[in-house]
Write a protein that binds this ligand. Sequence first.
Ligand code: BGC
Length: 253
Amino acid sequence: MAKKAIGIDIGGTGIKGAIVDVKNGTLVSERVRYETPEGGHPQDIAIVVAKLVRDLKPSRATLPVGVCFPAVVQHGRTMSAANVSKEWIGLDADGLFETTLQRHVHVLNDADAAGVAEMKFGAGKKRKGLVIMTTLGTGIGTALFMNGDLVPNAELGHLEIDGVDYETKAAYSAKERENLSFEEWAKRLQKYYSTLERLFSPDLIIVGGGISKQWEEFLPKLDLRAEIVPALKRNNAGILGAAALAWKNSDNE
Ligand code: BGC
């Protein structure tokens, strides 16, 4: 029997989901997307997630569900809220989704999910040593892997550089907001990634987020000791990683 789970990726603008074959990292249903409800309140988001799961028409009521979210997630609770409603801080997110969906749910950080997808199915496959996954979007998400094992909840997008929380300068949203050219943005990325490199000496850095499909515009401009490569799973990384971890945490294995 195929190993299947549902993966849901909650972001500041959209909520996406699909059924995933967690053995080979492919989507086995259509990919459904809804707008994130205004304000990003927990109850409103839970309602959209329930609608999305219904749309997927899962064949089994027992398929595990993985939900990734842009916050620190410890033991099923969302513990921060950098670019989302503050109501998520301290919330029992596993409980909220389990009550609404009536299924086993595993909530995790969005960059951790994207990183798991890259390590299992993408640019980090079979890579040993320290791999740092980064996602360039509204914020900067980061995930650390040592010999393939995730060290969860690294919040390295918030590194303070030049006295500021540097995701406000180097995330893709900063490029958009300030109308930066790729050259100007790459200078900030250089500062960000050199700081990461100085502090952690990674063997490999993976760059994800929607903009990573245009990696040729900015990655060749960076000068680093570590190898730095674009993510391969891009838009589906969160869905794939959330599903893979939900499967791993369910009774199926
Ligand atoms: C949040 C992280 C999240 C990242 C990407 C940051 O602002 O603090 O938890 O992974 O944005 O969404």
